[in-house]
Design a protein around this ligand. Structure first.
Ligand SMILES: Cc1cc2nc3c(=O)[nH]c(=O)nc-3n(C[C@H](O)[C@H](O)[C@H](O)COP(=O)(O)O)c2cc1C
Length: 409
C-alpha cells in the first residue's frame, strides 16, 4: 500500500472530501419523504459532490424541481423528451457521467420497474443504462413494503448488486407505525461515501477500532468513567469505511450515532472491551486503539445502591488488564496517548512498551484538542523514531492522515 495507491484513492490531506469532484445522479420519486432528500442534497453539495437530480412526474407533485435546482446549482431533469443544451442524449449522458446513482426516496413503483427493466421515464432509463453502482433508499407505507412482491423485487435487486439503505421503522406519514419510512438521511449520505470508496486503498483490509471511555461500576447507579467522547475513534472508523475497509468498531457507552456500514460492538467495562477486542483482532490487519480504557476498577462493586446515610464509602481499586499489551497477533497496532503533561515522553514510552507502530499523541490542555471536540492537534510518533507534528484540524481529516501513514507501513 505505497504512495501510488494512496494518490489513486484521491483523498487530499487538506480535506475530508475527495479531490476529484465525484458525480452523483440523484433520482427522486413520488413519496412524501421527498422533502427530507432536499436536506440530503444540500449536504452532498456542501461536501463537494456534483449532484444531478432526476425527478419522476410523481415526485414533482410533492416538491418543485426549483428546490433541487437551487440546492444543486444545476438544471433538474424532469422530462425525457426535451433537449437540454448541455447533453444531447441525456438519458445516456447522465448514466455515463454518474459515479453513483442514488434513488431516494425510492417508491415501490420505481423498485418494481428496476427489477423488471422498464425504461419509460428518465430515471428508469438512466438506471438501465448506467454502469455506476446503484443505491436505493426506499420509502413507502409499511404494507406496501411488506407486500411479498415488493420484498421479492428488493431481494432480486440486491442479488444484482444494488445496495439498499433502510427503510427505517417508526411513524409513517399515513398515520401508522411500521417499517417503510425513509431511513436517516445521514445514513444515506454515509452509504454514498461508502459505495464510492469501495475500491479505495483499504479495500479488502479488516480494521478494528476502539472508541470512547469505559465504565467501571461502583454500584448499580454509579460508575467510574472518563471524558472520552469517542469522536476520534468514530472518525477513524468512518474514514476507513470510506476507503474500502471492513470496519469493526468496539465502543464504550456514548451518544454518538452508529456509523452506517460499520460493524459495532457496544461494551461497558475494560474487561468487556478486552474480550471484544481479542475476538475481533483474530483476523484483522490493523487495530486502532482510540478508546480511553479505565486503568482501574472497583474491586467489588456494591450490589445495591450505596446510601449517603452510611457515610463516605472507601473504594478499593484494582488494575484493569492492559488491552494493548495483552494482545498477540500479526497485525499493526496504532495507539493514542492523551496527556496533560510530558506529552511526548509519555507517548514515546507507551509506543515502546506496547509494541505499537504509531502512537497519536495529543495534549488535552490545548484549546480545540482532546475530549469532546471535533478537532485535534496531534503529534504522530513512529516506531522507527520519526516524529510528525500536525496542526489543529478536524478529527475527520486527522483520521485520514493516520490512515495514510498506517497504509504506508
Ligand atoms: C400523498 C401520497 C404519498 C405517497 N407516498 C408514497 C410513498 O411514500 N411510497 C410509495 O412507494 N408511493 C407513494 N405514493 C404513491 C406514488 O406516488 C405512486 O405510486 C406513483 O405512481 C409513483 O411514481 P414514481 O415511482 O414514478 O415516482 C404516494 C402517493 C400519494 C398521493
Amino acid at each position: 500500500m505505497g504512495r501510488g495507491r494512496r494518490l489513486m484513492h484521491g483523498h487530499c490531506e487538506r480535506m475530508d472530501v475527495p479531490m476529484k469532484k465525484q458525480h452523483i445522479v440523484l433520482g427522486v420519486t413520488g413519496s412524501i419523504a421527498v422533502y427530507k432528500v432536499a436536506d440530503l442534497t444540500s449536504r452532498l453539495v456542501k461536501a463537494g459532490y456534483v449532484v444531478d437530480v432526476v425527478m419522476s412526474k410523481a415526485a414533482q407533485e410533492f416538491v418543485q424541481p426549483l428546490t433541487f435546482q437551487a440546492l444543486t446549482h444545476r438544471p433538474v431533469v424532469t422530462e425525457m423528451f426535451t433537449l437540454h443544451s448541455e447533453m444531447a442524449v441525456e438519458h445516456i449522458a447522465l448514466a455515463e457521467r454518474a459515479d453513483v446513482l442514488l434513488i431516494a426516496p425510492a417508491t415501490a413503483n420505481i423498485i418494481a420497474k428496476l427489477r423488471h427493466g422498464f425504461a419509460d421515464d428518465m430515471l428508469s432509463c438512466t438506471a438501465l443504462a448506467t454502469r455506476a453502482p446503484i443505491i436505493i433508499a426506499p420509502a413507502m407505507n409499511d404494507r406496501m413494503y411488506e407486500n411479498p412482491v415488493t420484498q421479492e423485487n428488493i431481494r432480486v435487486l440486491q442479488e444484482r448488486g444494488i445496495t439498499f439503505v433502510g427503510p427505517g421503522e417508526g411513524y409513517l406519514a399515513c398515520g401508522t407505525m411500521g417499517r417503510g419510512r425513509l431511513t436517516d438521511v445521514l445514513d444515506i449520505y454515509d452509504a454514498v461515501k461508502m459505495v464510492l470508496g469501495r475500491r479505495g486503498d483499504l479495500a479488502g483490509r479488516k480494521i478494528v477500532v476502539t472508541a470512547g471511555g469505559t465504565e467501571e461500576p461502583v454500584d448499580p447507579v454509579r460508575c467510574i468513567t472518563n471524558r472520552s467522547s469517542g469522536k476520534m475513534g468514530y472518525a477513524l472508523a468512518e474514514a476507513a469505511r470510506d476507503r474500502g475497509a471492513e470496519v469493526h468498531l468496539i465502543t464504550g457507552p456514548g451518544s454518538l450515532r452508529t456509523p452506517y456500514g460499520v460493524r459495532l460492538t457496544a461494551v461497558r467495562t475494560a474487561r468487556e472491551m478486552l474480550a471484544a477486542v481479542e475476538a475481533a483482532t483474530r483476523d484483522c490487519d490493523v487495530l486502532f486503539m482510540a478508546a480511553a480504557v479505565s486503568d482501574y476498577r472497583v474491586a467489588e462493586a456494591a450490589q445495591e445502591k450505596i446510601k449517603k446515610s452510611a457515610g463516605a464509602p472507601t473504594l478499593e481499586l484494582v488494575r484493569n488488564p492492559d488491552i494493548l499489551a495483552s494482545l498477540t497477533g500479526d497485525f499493526v497496532k496504532v495507539g493514542f496517548a492523551a496527556e496533560s503533561q510530558n506529552l511526548l515522553a509519555n507517548a514515546r514510552a507507551k509506543l515502546t512498551s506496547k509494541g505499537l507502530s504509531i502512537i497519536v499523541a495529543n495534549d488535552i490542555t490545548r484549546a480545540g484538542s482532546g475530549f469532546g471536540t471535533d478537532t485535534n492537534e496531534a503529534t504522530l510518533l513512529f516506531a522507527d523514531g520519526r516524529q510528525e507534528d500536525l496542526p489543529l484540524m478536524t478529527k475527520a481529516r486527522l483520521a485520514h492522515i493516520i490512515l495514510d501513514r498506517t497504509a504506508d507501513l
